[in-house]
Write a protein that binds this ligand. Structure first.
Ligand SMILES: [Zn+2]
Length: 147
C-alpha cells in the first residue's frame, strides 16, 4: 500500500521535475561562482572576486524566484476552476443568434461567418464564461456552507 501511494506522490512531483533540475543546475553554478569568488579573494583579485560573488548571489536569487514561482503555479492550477468560454455571434440584418465555443482569435465586433438565415454577416457580440446551471450553483452553495 505504501509503495503505491509513494508512486502517486512521485508522479505529482514529476510535473515540476524540469524546473527542479534547472534550479539544481543554477544552484551548482552559483556555488561554483561563489567558490571562485573566495579563491579570487584569497589571491587578492578583488575585482574578480566581486564579479564572481555577484554572479553567485544573482544565481541564488534566480533559484529562489524559480522555486517560489513553481510553487505558486501549482497552487493556481489547483485553485482555478475550469471555465468554459463561449462566443455569441449575431446577425445584424435578421437578428439570428448562435452561441458556440470560444475559438482562438475571437474578439467582439469581429465579422465571423455569413448568416445562414439571410445574406447578412454574423458579428461576434459577446465573449463570456458559460453560465452555471442552477444545479451546479446549488452544489457550490451547499459546499460553501459545509466548510
Ligand atoms: Zn441574418
Amino acid at each position: 500500500m505504501s509503495k503505491r501511494s509513494g508512486g502517486v506522490e512521485y508522479s505529482a512531483f514529476n510535473i515540476s521535475l524540469i524546473t527542479l533540475l534547472a534550479i539544481a543546475l543554477i544552484g551548482v553554478f552559483s556555488l561554483f561562482a561563489i567558490y571562485q569568488g573566495f579563491q579570487s579573494y584569497n589571491n587578492r583579485e578583488m575585482e574578480q572576486a566581486y564579479y564572481y560573488m555577484l554572479i553567485g548571489i544573482f544565481g541564488f536569487a534566480t533559484m529562489g524566484f524559480m522555486f517560489f514561482r513553481s510553487k505558486t503555479l501549482v497552487k493556481n492550477k489547483l485553485d482555478l476552476p475550469k471555465a468554459e468560454v463561449l462566443t455569441t455571434i449575431e446577425c445584424k440584418k435578421c437578428g439570428y443568434k448562435i452561441v458556440r465555443k470560444f475559438e482562438r482569435g475571437d474578439y467582439i465586433f469581429k465579422n465571423d461567418i455569413a448568416c445562414s438565415k439571410c445574406d447578412g454577416m454574423m458579428t461576434i457580440t459577446r465573449v463570456h464564461r458559460k453560465k452555471k446551471t442552477e444545479k451546479e450553483l446549488e452544489k457550490e452553495f451547499s459546499n460553501t456552507w459545509q466548510s
